[in-house]
Write a protein that binds this ligand. Structure first.
Ligand code: EPZ
Length: 429
């Protein structure tokens, strides 16, 4: 199993290209199931989760062709993926595959909408909490699906097709909103989704669906309206830049000091997080080329942050911010409101010398003068990368184990950081 070795203490200077967003790529690939025509996606990141979803789609009979960088494309441009779900041969998504990646549960919606049935394994627990799918099931029922749970599988049926309906989410759910929009696109009649997730990835997927012929308005707001159509067609779509990758590297620069251009990043996708970084002492500016982050000399200031659905501070940057605050001059508080168990990084950060106390959903972080390298490991990808951020500022050597978590969501992490001066290497095997 690969590990990453980091020797801390070096500032970051240079340019880091930002990849396409993992959390838009996955639902976009799943949306290909809605049409028998070909969906071409550009700027797809090279990630383990993309490969895994490719296998899951293959299992339904979908052809997925990955091609590398396009001629004339920038050195680090993402890959182009051509997906054709002309012949769906199987509407079952088995436990062995769904249990490896929760988002694959979302295939339920397009399979049901297009084929009139789907049989998808319940995803089960995961490292960051229980993460139920009750709201996704509720959304399908509101569109007229008949749902049964049998042997750990959700059996969804709508032999005469789905029909438009009103879906009111009692809490904001990204996955719930994705499946509601996808299913409603092929339903008979109009669907209104209230308290919809406003995450930029929801808007990106809706934009792609509109290009395929769907009639969607309000994506990116809390009220989405979808007028169902009978068929969707082919299109080509470029995945938006990854705001979580952007925020992660921004925090890494704030941690080590230095000056880095996050190339291709879009500040408006993570304004709340960038504001927090400025309060912490970093300088952030949006340019035509991306987002530039620097910190020179100033000490880090403590912050008070509560995670929230977009446009609030993202839960997917909570662990990284906590790593940063371990070096602040004072006491910070970070409250996690989205997932009940997303503090697995706390014990590992403590191994590097961090002082963090947990009280329910709130972490109190007392900044320390120095962190010291140690062997660490983590159980999810954002937690893993928070250890990388801490290690970049720690004295001596840190070995981050279980790098496969990082590979699920960060493209060429050691290469991107290494080119900016970090002493970081992957140890294979
Ligand atoms: C998406 O997960 C992201 N995953 C997550 O990114 C992200 O942390 C999360 O949204 C929140 O922003 C992808 O986009 C692939 P939710 P999702 O439904 O859709 C509860 C990462 O590191 N809930 O918005 O699964 C749920 O338990 C990841 O890239 C229900 O109660 O999250 C949570 O408390 C991890 N019932 C809250 O809603 C349901 O049926 C929000 O979850 C569904 C969700």
């Amino acid at each position: 199993m690969d590990r990453i070795r980091i020797k801390g203490g070096r500032p970051l200077n240079g340019t880091i290209p930002i990849s396409g967003a993992k959390n838009a790529t996955l639902p976009l690939m799943i949306a290909s199931l809605l049409t028998e025509d070909t969906l071409v996606l550009d700027n797809v990141p090279h990630l383990a989760d993309v490969i895994l979803l490719q296998r899951i789609l293959n299992n339904h009979g979908v052809d997925v062709m990955l091609s590398g960088k396009r001629s004339g494309g920038a050195e680090n441009s993402g890959q182009t993926v051509k997906i054709s779900a002309a012949n769906i041969v199987d509407t079952t998504a088995p436990y062995e595959l769904v249990s490896k990646m929760r988002a694959s549960f979302w295939v339920l919606a397009p399979l049901l909408a297009r084929m009139g049935e789907a049989r998808v394994s319940l995803p089960g627990g995961c490292a960051i909490g229980t993460r139920p799918v009750d709201l996704l099931i509720m959304a399908m029922e509101r569109l007229g699906a008949q749902i049964d749970i049998e042997g750990g599988y959700v059996l969804a049926r709508a032999p005469k097709g789905l029909r438009g309906g009103e879906i009111v989410f009692p809490k904001v759910t990204v996955g719930g909103t994705h499946v509601a929009v996808m299913a409603a696109s092929l339903a008979n009649g109009t669907t209104v989704i209230e308290n919809a997730a406003r995450e930029p990835e929801v808007k990106d997927v809706a934009d792609c669906l509109v290009k395929m012929g769907a009639k969607i308005s309000g994506a990116g707001t809390a009220r989405i309206e979808v007028e169902g159509v009978s068929k969707l067609g082919p299109t080509r779509h470029s995945v938006l830049p990854d705001r979580i990758e952007t925020g992660t590297y921004a925090m890494a620069v704030a941690m080590t000091g230095g000056d880095v251009l996050l190339e291709g990043a879009r500040a408006e996708l993570l304004q709340t997080a960038l504001d927090v970084l400025e309060r912490a002492g970093a300088t952030v500016s949006a340019t035509n080329a991306g987002v530039r982050v620097s910190r020179n000399g100033v000490g880090l200031q403590p912050v008070e942050v509560t995670t929230a659905p977009f446009p609030g501070f993202p839960t997917d940057l909570q662990a990284q911010l906590m790593a940063l605050m371990t070096r602040a001059k004072g006491t910070s508080h970070i409250t996690e409101t989205i997932f009940e168990n997303r503090f697995m990084h706390v014990q590992e950060l403590a191994r590097l010398g961090a002082r963090i106390a947990l009280d329910g959903q709130m972490a109190t972080i007392e900044g320390v003068e120095r962190l010291k390298g140690a062997p660490v490991m983590a159980t999810d990808l954002r937690a893993s990368v928070s250890l990388v951020i801490a290690a970049l500022a720690a004295e001596g050597e840190t070995i981050v184990n279980r790098v496969y978590h990082l590979d699920r969501g960060f493209e060429r992490l050691e290469d991107k950081l290494g080119r900016c001066g970090a002493e970081i290497e992957r140890i294979s095997g």
